[in-house]
Design a binder for this molecule. Structure first.
Ligand SMILES: [Zn+2]
Length: 332
């Protein structure tokens, strides 16, 4: 039986793994020509050469991630699988998505490396959604990740009630993307509003709104206040701080530091999304020394953590997720 242990140390609960399938991982990656410079920049930012994209990316990416986690203040990171974009019948919409990471891949990685905790991804319209969920629960899943706007998931669809109920029963939390998205193709922009998460919340699922509904692009609608209002209605709704160190998403940091929201926030970086302290420094959220110290640190997982500590997020923000993740093998 695998020994998934959730550490008491800080946890980064929003970390992507990607791969091009070398080594038989089952991952794939389709970077459109217009996104190639961005992808090369992201690789450089995490310390990998641009050539890794067409080389042994899967192995290099995981080795680099492990180095960064081990060289940081973090006890573990939650790595995210990524299901296909699917139609209403659950069939994969070929050529629409930009990357795929199988559940088995993240489950196997976490079995080999205790610093990596596995978050699975299942489009609930899949004909085998419930069977896949059972397999992943048995294999040690601690969380489920989806992007309703990019993967075309209508969370209010009545057919998915059993799926949400089983997640609630298994105490498997849902991390769902909210707000605009600019690194992946968006299929259903109207599914970016946190309100679409009402059904799983009503079914008793612990839901974490990734990015807390904040906007990413200048012309995206802003859903932060929708998220904040919903936390009043749903005690099982949380928000993550992922990508708060890109230009726009961190704008609402002061509200996130104050109650009633402060006790609903969890720490995530959205690795490998670039981390820079310029915006929080310019907004006066961190001082010059903290900004410079963070910029000098080449470890972007640690840089993101240090910037958020400097912004004033409480120590509980970094450990709270430990009490929300499923404890797969009954340990406390
Ligand atoms: Zn993400």
């Amino acid at each position: 039986m695998p020994a998934t242990t959730i550490p008491d140390k800080p946890i980064d609960m929003h970390v992507h793994v990607v791969g091009n399938g070398t080594g038989g991982t089952g991952c794939w990656l389709r970077v459109r020509a217009c996104h190639r410079p961005l992808a090369a920049m992201m690789l450089r930012h995490i310390g990998l050469p641009a050539e890794a994209m067409t080389g042994d990316l899967d192995r290099l990416y995981v080795e680099r991630l492990l180095d960064l986690v081990r060289g940081s203040s973090l006890g573990a990171v939650v790595i995210l699988a990524q299901d296909d974009v699917r139609d209403e019948q659950g069939g994969a919409m070929e050529g629409v998505g930009s990357f795929y990471v199988p559940n088995d891949y993240v489950l196997n990685l976490s079995r080999e490396h205790p610093e990596l905790l596995p978050a699975i991804s299942i489009h609930p319209a899949r004909p085998d959604a419930l069977e896949e969920l059972e397999c992943c629960l048995a294999a040690g899943a601690v969380m489920m990740k989806c992007l309703p706007n990019c993967q075309n998931i209508n969370c209010s669809d009545r057919r998915f009630t059993k799926f949400w109920e089983r997640m609630a029963e298994a105490q498997l939390p849902l991390l769902a993307h909210t707000g605009g998205e600019h690194t992946l193709p968006v299929v259903q922009p109207e599914f970016a509003v946190p309100r679409v998460l009402t059904r799983p919340l009503e079914c008793g699922v612990t839901v974490i709104a990734a990015h807390s509904g904040t906007k990413s692009g200048l012309f995206d609608p802003e859903y932060f206040h929708v998220f904040a209002d919903m936390t009043q209605r749903f005690p099982n709704l949380y928000g993550d701080t992922s990508a708060f160190n890109v230009p726009l998403r961190g704008r609402h940091t002061p509200e996130c530091l104050r109650e009633p929201l402060a006790s609903r926030m969890v720490h995530g970086s959205d690795y490998p999304v670039p981390v820079h302290g310029h915006w929080s420094w310019m907004r006066g959220f961190v001082n010059w020394e903290a900004f410079r110290r963070a910029e000098r640190n080449p470890n972007i997982l640690e840089r993101d953590y240090q910037l958020k500590v400097a912004m004033g997020f409480s120590p509980q923000t970094f450990t709270r997720i430990g009490s929300l993740l499923r404890r797969p093998f009954g340990e406390v």
